[in-house]
Design a binder for this molecule. Structure first.
Ligand SMILES: *[C@@H]1O[C@H](CO)[C@@H](O)[C@H](O)[C@H]1NC(C)=O
Length: 547
C-alpha cells in the first residue's frame, strides 16, 4: 500500500479483482435479469442505435444494459465490466445524447436501473491513513455482499493538468537563490504528486534563451523528477521571459512532448525581480492557444528600481485573469516555500482555469440572418432576440468567443465582423441595431459571403460556427456553398422557420444533420431552440480532443 500524500487533491480508490464475471450480449435488457444487483461484462461494439436506451443516469429496465453503460460513460464501445443496480420505476425518463449514444424519452416504466463501474469503494481527500482507506473499502464490499478475490489500493489524483514551470536561470539571481528555486520546484513536484493519471510537470529554464530541461513525459513520478531537478545547472544570462513564453507556446505543449490534450495546459513563470524583455504579446498568443499563465514574482522591484522595469504591470499583462488568482508575489527567495501549497491548490483548481478553451470561450460564431420580405418587421425582431439570446450564453471578448453577423436578402450585408466588438454588452447592442432589410432570398450566396467576410478572418485556434436562420426556399443553390464552408472547417447549424425547405436545411447543416438542423413552424417558437442549440454546440465541443 502506498502512503497518502496530504496535498494535491488525492483520493483513494479500491479496486476489486472480480473473477467469473458473466458476459452478456449488447441487446440484453436489464429487466431480463432478475437479480436486484449484478456484475456483468459487456462485449465490444454495443454503441449502436439498434440497442435502445431510455433515460439519462437512471434508465428504464427496458433498456439495453451495455448501451446504457456507454451512455452513462462507465464503459466505452470497447466494452468492460459494469455493476448494475435495480431501483424503483419512474414516471418520466429523459432522453439525451451522451458519449455517442442517443437515449430516448419514456413516459413511465415499472422498474429502473443504475450503472456504475466495478470500483466499489472510495476514500475522501481527507483520509489521513491507508488503514482508514482499507476499512472504507472493506465496509463497502461487505455491504454489496460480493465475492472478492483480491483487493488493491490505488492512489488517484483529481488534479489532471499538464504543467510547465519556467524557471529563472539569469545571472542576477545568484547561486544561492538558484538553489532555493530548485528546492521550491522539488517541493512542488512532491506536493503535486506527479503521475500519468494526475499532474505531469516539465521545466523550461530561461536566461538569454529558453531551453527545455524536462518535458511532460520525461518523468512520471515525483521522486525521479525531484532528483532530476536537483541536478539542473544554472544557464545564466538575462531574464527573457517573453522569449520563454513564445518558446513554450510553440514547442512545449506538443503531443510528441507528452501533452495529453484532455488536461488543461498551465504555465507557471518564476521571475526574480522583473523580466528583461516584453511579455505582453507573447503571453497574449499563449493565452489564445489555451495556456493558463501564472506568475510567481520574487523580490519585486523596489521603488528606486522601478525605472528599470521595461514593461510596467508586466504581471497583469501576462496572466490569464487579473483577479489575483494567477499571480503570487513573494518578498524574498527565503519565503518561497510558503507558496507551495497555495500554488498547488490553484493550479489544480481546474474549474477555475479560465484560459483553457471551453465550449463557451473558444468559438467565432457567425450568424447569417434572412432579411427577406416574407419575414416581416415583427418576426425580424424575434430573430434578433434569438441571436442575442444565443450570444448571451457565451463568454465574449477578443480572446474568448467572438460574434459576427451577416444579413441577406437577394444581396448580402456585413452587419459586424468578429473583430468589431469585444464585450458582451457591445455585441448585444449591435444586434439590437441591425435594421430589417427586406428583399429576396439568396441563401447560397449568403453562405459564400459569410465564408469570405466572416470566417476567412477567424482565428486559427477558434472553432468556426455558422448559425443560419431562414424562413423560405432559396433562389439559388445552397449545397455547393455549404459544402465549401464545411470543407473550410465551418460547423454549420441551420434554423428553418415556416416555409423553410427541409432539403436545404439539411444541405446547409454539418453532419450529422439532425444535430445541426432545426425547424420551427413559427417565429414565436424560436426561443425553444436556444438551449438545445447551445447544448449541441457544447456536446460536440466536449467530444473533440482539445488542449
Ligand atoms: C429571449 O430571452 C428572453 C428572456 O429570457 C425571452 O423572454 C424570449 O422569449 C427569448 N426569445 C427568443 C426568440 O429566444
Amino acid at each position: 500500500l502506498l502512503p497518502l500524500p496530504l496535498v494535491g487533491g488525492y483520493y483513494v480508490l479500491c479496486y476489486f479483482a472480480l473473477t467469473d464475471v458473466p458476459q452478456i450480449d449488447c441487446d440484453v435488457k436489464a429487466g431480463k435479469i432478475i437479480n436486484p444487483e449484478f456484475i456483468a461484462k459487456c462485449p465490444p461494439g454495443c454503441q449502436d442505435v439498434k440497442y435502445r436506451v431510455y433515460g439519462t443516469d437512471i434508465y428504464a429496465s427496458f433498456s439495453s444494459v451495455c448501451s446504457a453503460a456507454i451512455h452513462s460513460g462507465v464503459i466505452d464501445n470497447a466494452g468492460g465490466k459494469i455493476l448494475v443496480q435495480k431501483v424503483a420505476g419512474h414516471s418520466a425518463y429523459r432522453g439525451s445524447f451522451s458519449n455517442g449514444v442517443r437515449s430516448l424519452s419514456l413516459p413511465r416504466w415499472r422498474e429502473s436501473f443504475l450503472v456504475s463501474g466495478t470500483i466499489l469503494g472510495w476514500g475522501t481527500p481527507h483520509l489521513l491513513s491507508t488503514h482508514l482507506a482499507v476499512a472504507a473499502c472493506k465496509k463497502h464490499s461487505n455491504q454489496k455482499g460480493l465475492k472478492i478475490s483480491s483487493m488493491f489500493l490505488y492512489l488517484s489524483s483529481d488534479c489532471k493538468v499538464d504543467l510547465s514551470f519556467l524557471m529563472d536561470g539569469s545571472w542576477s539571481i545568484g547561486k544561492r537563490r538558484f538553489q532555493l528555486q530548485k528546492r521550491f520546484l522539488g517541493n512542488m513536484a512532491q506536493a503535486l504528486g506527479i503521475g500519468s493519471t494526475g499532474p505531469l510537470m516539465g521545466i523550461v529554464q530561461y536566461g538569454d534563451d529558453p531551453s527545455t530541461e524536462f518535458n511532460l513525459k520525461t518523468y512520471a513520478n515525483s521522486k525521479d523528477l525531484r532528483n532530476a531537478i536537483e541536478k539542473i545547472q544554472q544557464k545564466g544570462g538575462l531574464s527573457n521571459v517573453g522569449k520563454a513564453l513564445s518558446f513554450v507556446n510553440k514547442n512545449f505543449f506538443l503531443d510528441a512532448n507528452g501533452n495529453r490534450g484532455g488536461a488543461p495546459n498551465v504555465v507557471v513563470v518564476i521571475v526574480d525581480g522583473w523580466p528583461t524583455d516584453r511579455v505582453e504579446e507573447a503571453s497574449r498568443l499563449a493565452r489564445e492557444s489555451g495556456i493558463n499563465i501564472f506568475f510567481v514574482t520574487v523580490e519585486a522591484a523596489a521603488q528606486s528600481e522601478k525605472q528599470n522595469v521595461i514593461e510596467p504591470n508586466f504581471v497583469d499583462k501576462a496572466v490569464c485573469r487579473t483577479n489575483g488568482f494567477y499571480s503570487l508575489n513573494v518578498p524574498s527567495w527565503f519565503s518561497l516555500q510558503k507558496v507551495v501549497q497555495p500554488l498547488v491548490k490553484r493550479v489544480c483548481d481546474t474549474d477555475r482555469l479560465a484560459c483553457s478553451k471551453t465550449c463557451l470561450n473558444a468559438a467565432d460564431i457567425g450568424f447569417v440572418i434572412d432579411g427577406s420580405s416574407s419575414v416581416g418587421t415583427g418576426n425580424f425582431r424575434t430573430v434578433l432576440q434569438f441571436v442575442a439570446n444565443i450570444s448571451k450564453e457565451f463568454e465574449i471578448s477578443d480572446t474568448d468567443t467572438r460574434i459576427g453577423a451577416v444579413q441577406y436578402t437577394y444581396e448580402q450585408r456585413l452587419e459586424f465582423s468578429f473583430d468589431k466588438y469585444s464585450t458582451k454588452q457591445d455585441v448585444l447592442n449591435a444586434i439590437k441595431r441591425i435594421s430589417y432589410w427586406s428583399g429576396g432570398t439568396s441563401t447560397g450566396a449568403a453562405i459564400s459571403y459569410a465564408s469570405e467576410q466572416l470566417f476567412s478572418k477567424s482565428k486559427p485556434n477558434k472553432r468556426k460556427i455558422m448559425i443560419l436562420i431562414t424562413d423560405g426556399r432559396s433562389y439559388d443553390d445552397v449545397s455547393l456553398p455549404a459544402m465549401a464552408a464545411h470543407q473550410n472547417g465551418v460547423i454549420a447549424y441551420s434554423i428553418g422557420v415556416a416555409w423553410a425547405a427541409p432539403d436545404e436545411l439539411e444541405a446547409i447543416a454539418s453532419d450529422p444533420a439532425k444535430e445541426h438542423s432545426f425547424f420551427v413552424d413559427e417565429f414565436d417558437n424560436l426561443y425553444r431552440y436556444v438551449n438545445r442549440l447551445i447544448q449541441n454546440i457544447c456536446t460536440e465541443f466536449n467530444s473533440q480532443p482539445r488542449n
